[in-house]
Design a protein around this ligand. Structure first.
Ligand code: 5GP
Ligand code: MG
Ligand code: MG
Length: 203
């Protein structure tokens, strides 16, 4: 969508090419994913792990909607516990190749539990494969992944999440907690950065 149709903060006005997914659409899609998760996990406790920082908005919106189903569906509800892990793999718009775990909870809490990993975007799939390998060591009962975005990426390792919000073209996107060198997380919609934005914020 053209930027003119949306409210964009003044400080990002010149840095974006287009709005790819407006917040309202994100919101509706998450409502549906929450319903699918609620249906699939039944009454069993679920450990929901947020992959920081990019996953934080998707995570809070998703958990809010699952909680709302928990309150309103009567017969059954999914007991939730929350956990966080922080990974870093990107500088500028390129993966630096190595994936670091730079903080998070003690993962012992996943032993014997159903686990839902909540991630912002899957690009090559390498970050997720690394994280899933790491989690396996703590012997969860089962692990499923919800990723808001999945890139159509020729270099993908073929990994597909159980729950996916949107498949997107192979462009660098920001907003709704996704960053370019820590910028744009405060943008409401998911947008495509332009060259001006890249040159302004590259390191
Ligand atoms: P992968 O290991 O799948 O190649 O990359 C996954 C991570 O790279 C994501 O969790 C995210 O942090 C970052 N990433 C990949 N593509 C994009 C993108 O288009 N925009 C942003 N902001 N981050 C991305
Ligand atoms: Mg991420
Ligand atoms: Mg990032």
């Amino acid at each position: 969508y053209s930027l003119d149709s949306f409210c964009i903060p003044k400080h990002y006005e010149d840095d974006l090419e287009s709005v790819l997914i407006p917040y309202g659409v994100i919101h509706d899609r998450i409502e549906r994913i929450a319903k699918d998760i609620f249906t699939d996990f039944g009454k069993e406790p679920l450990v929901a792990i947020c992959v920081l920082k990019g996953g934080y908005k998707f995570y809070t919106d998703l958990i809010d909607k699952i909680n709302s189903l928990n309150r309103n569906q009567g017969e059954r509800s999914v007991p939730l516990s929350v956990d966080f892990i922080r990974l870093r793999s990107y500088q500028n718009d390129k993966s630096v190749g190595t994936i670091e775990v730079i903080g998070g909870d003690n993962m012992e809490s996943v032993k014997g539990k159903n686990v839902l990993v909540v991630e912002d975007i899957i690009d090559t799939g390498r970050t997720m494969m690394k994280l899933l390998g790491l989690l396996e060591e703590f012997q969860p009962k089962c692990v499923k992944v919800a990723s808001l975005l999945l890139k159509r990426q020729p270099a993908s390792n073929g990994y597909i999440p159980e729950y996916c919000g949107f498949e997107i073209p192979d462009k660098f996107v920001v907003g709704y907690a996704l960053d370019f060198n820590e910028r744009f997380r405060d943008l409401h919609h998911i947008c495509v950065v332009n060259n001006n934005g890249i040159n302004k914020y590259k390191v």
